[in-house]
Design a protein around this ligand. Structure first.
Ligand code: IPE
Ligand code: IPE
Ligand code: MG
Length: 262
């Protein structure tokens, strides 16, 4: 499906997705859970293709949480293999389409083959300007916050921007912007330790659709829903005459004022 391109005046969005429901999707069909993960990996490409025309500049996908190590070793290794296969298969297309791939999370516990695939995908796509595609792998937001606090300990003053930058892992990575819209598939309504700092003012969108069934139409519906909302960032509603909906609400009230702690 083709979506109408957004005008340049529209604020580029950061959409983050908790891709949940693969296991239940497979179990409902009497299949092993890994088949759900395989089907889940296959839906990423069409969503990435649709994202720029939906006004998305940054798309962050939660692929494996630090708590997912608790799963059976066979499921963990299948997930690691699927991520590596995704990177191997998609890197050249990402280069062509201006998609900059990067991974957030711990890395040191990932298999060596996957670490090498990440390094090569990140360097090959580093000049991409159309879409930042972040994949969160062995990611825990609370651990990222603790690490940032450790990095900044001893500093005389810390701003929100300093803290955002210190949250990046690896530290050389650019800061992850605030999330505009957080989507969770699979029917659960929780954050599961994902982007807690970055989601401070995110709009939340939960859908019962299992991740392998999500398509570009569903992503479009989530964005349309987001655009119908009024973001206030703690302010009062804009005057009726200035009232603008969704992302345009940002023009009236900015959430980006910085705050320094001494
Ligand atoms: C999300 O699907 C993928 C990962 C967490 C890796 P799940 O595997 O959590 O699927 P459900 O929630 O069990 O259905
Ligand atoms: C969150 O899903 C992690 C990912 C989607 C990668 P989980 O299925 O692991 O979360 P909980 O256990 O239901 O909170
Ligand atoms: Mg789950």
């Amino acid at each position: 499906m083709r979506f109408k391109p957004r005008t340049a005046a529209t604020k580029p969005l950061h959409v983050a997705i908790i891709m949940d429901g693969n296991g239940r999707w497979a179990e409902a069909r009497g299949w092993p859970r890994i088949e759900g993960h395989r089907a889940g990996a296959a839906v990423v490409r069409p969503l990435v293709e649709a994202a720029p025309n939906l006004g998305i500049r940054t798309l962050t996908l939660f692929a494996f949480s630090s708590d997912n190590w608790k799963r059976p070793p066979s499921e963990v290794s299948a997930l690691m293999r699927l991520v590596r296969e995704f990177l191997d298969a998609e890197t050249s297309r990402c280069c062509k389409e201006g998609v900059r791939l990067s991974v957030l999370g711990l890395r040191t516990r990932l298999p060596g083959t996957l670490r090498r695939a990440i390094a090569s995908a990140e360097s090959a796509t580093a000049s991409g300007k159309v879409l930042n595609l972040n994949i969160a792998l062995d990611y825990s937001s609370r651990d990222a916050i603790l690490q940032a606090a450790m990095r900044l300990r001893g500093a005389a003053a810390i701003s929100r921007a300093d803290f955002s930058a210190a949250l990046s892992n690896p530290p050389s990575r650019r800061a992850t912007p605030d999330v505009d819209l957080l989507i969770r598939t699979g029917g659960e309504r929780r954050l599961s330790d994902f982007l807690l700092w970055e989601c401070a003012y995110a709009e939340l969108y939960f859908t019962d659709t299992m991740w392998p069934d999500l398509d570009a139409e569903d992503l479009n519906a989530a964005i349309e829903n987001y655009r119908s909302r009024e973001r206030r960032f703690g302010g009062t509603p804009p005057a009726i005459s200035d009232r603008v909906r969704g992302d345009a609400g940002l023009l009236a009230v900015s959430g980006n004022q910085d705050c320094w702690l001494h």
